[in-house]
Ligand binder design. Structure first.
Ligand code: MG
Ligand code: MG
Ligand code: MG
Length: 305
């Protein structure tokens, strides 16, 4: 019977590439492991897979009775509904510890670094397994994505070191240029529906019993959203009503000027204002220097619930 590697729902490049790179490592170590995903891949991930010739992981959303390795989260809200009926053999993650529990001992690789693939790189080194050229290229891109080309406050020396080593294996000379190319792909939002944009990198969090949804779109120029705000708010309202959210937030992150325009609809906007010490204007506020949801948004919101 196969074992599956999987990341979170609304998979980002770290979740998809992490499933691929961890599955390969485990196969090299003698386990029968298949890379899986919980949803459609983003244009950015498509770019990475096409660039390095990676295969799209198997779409699989139910895991009762299966054995799994989980990458890039330990939050039940963004894991398959029946994950507690699976045997979790291991976790590789770089987020706050979530509410996943297991019934058996597990392998646990959790570190405060910028990307799960940085940790997977360390796992390859630990086991003395050579990383193939194509997988090295994909892992490098996943790290450049999660760390916003090293600009995110989540980025550590371990991440930059991993990117440099992976770039060498992948034969990529100018990894920063490739990173920019990748973010330009990510910024091409023209012709994309509001529904797809809000859902693209969207996560729900349980905050003291209240559901809070936080989406993020990282682009190289915020002006791409100038004529889209209204439809984004409409879609946020729909998501908020449908999922019974206390608050929904969408971060429009400008990776060049390094900050985020926060859009929100909330049952109690004062919580959002308190969290960031700023007044909302028409349900929006500019947050200078804010690039990271996990480090600069969630830890400030959570205590207010
Ligand atoms: Mg992720
Ligand atoms: Mg990640
Ligand atoms: Mg991200």
């Amino acid at each position: 019977m196969s074992i599956y590697t999987l990341g979170h729902t609304n998979p980002d490049s770290d979740s998809i590439v992490g499933a691929i790179s961890l599955a390969y490592l485990k196969r090299e170590l003698g386990e029968d492991v298949v890379a899986a995903r919980q949803g459609e891949i983003s244009p950015e991930t498509k770019f990475i897979l096409e660039k390095f010739g990676g295969e799209v992981p198997l779409l699989k959303t139910s895991y009762a009775g299966e054995k799994v390795y989980i990458v890039d989260t330990t939050d039940l809200a963004i894991l398959p509904k029946d994950i507690l009926e699976a045997t979790v053999l291991g976790v590789v993650d770089h987020h706050k510890l979530g509410d996943l529990t297991t019934s058996t001992p597990l392998e646990c690789w959790i570190r405060p670094v910028g990307c799960s693939n940085t940790i997977i790189k360390e796992m390859y080194d630990f086991h003395g397994v050579k990383i193939p050229q194509d997988i090295a290229g994909m892992m490098m891109c996943a790290i450049l994505s999660d760390t916003v080309i090293f600009k995110s406050p989540t980025c550590t020396k371990t991440d930059t070191k991993a990117v440099k080593e992976l770039a060498k294996i992948a034969g990529v000379e100018d990894f920063k240029a490739l990173g920019m190319e990748m973010f330009l792909v990510k910024s091409a939002v023209e012709g994309t529906s509001a529904k797809e944009l809000v859902a693209r990198d969207y996560k729900e969090f349980d905050m003291g019993g209240s559901k809070v949804g936080v989406g993020q779109l990282e682009v190289v120029d915020l002006s791409v959203f100038d004529d889209k705000k209204e439809m984004l708010f409409e879609e946020m309202k729909r998501v908020k009503d449908e999922s019974g959210l206390h608050s929904v937030i969408l971060l429009l992150t400008d990776i060049m000027t390094e900050g985020s325009q926060l859009l929100t609809l909330s049952n109690d906007s004062s919580k959002i204002e308190k969290a960031f010490g700023k007044k909302l204007e028409n349900n929006e506020v500019w947050l200078e220097g804010v690039l990271s949801r996990k480090k600069q948004i969630i830890p400030f919101l959570q205590p207010l619930f």
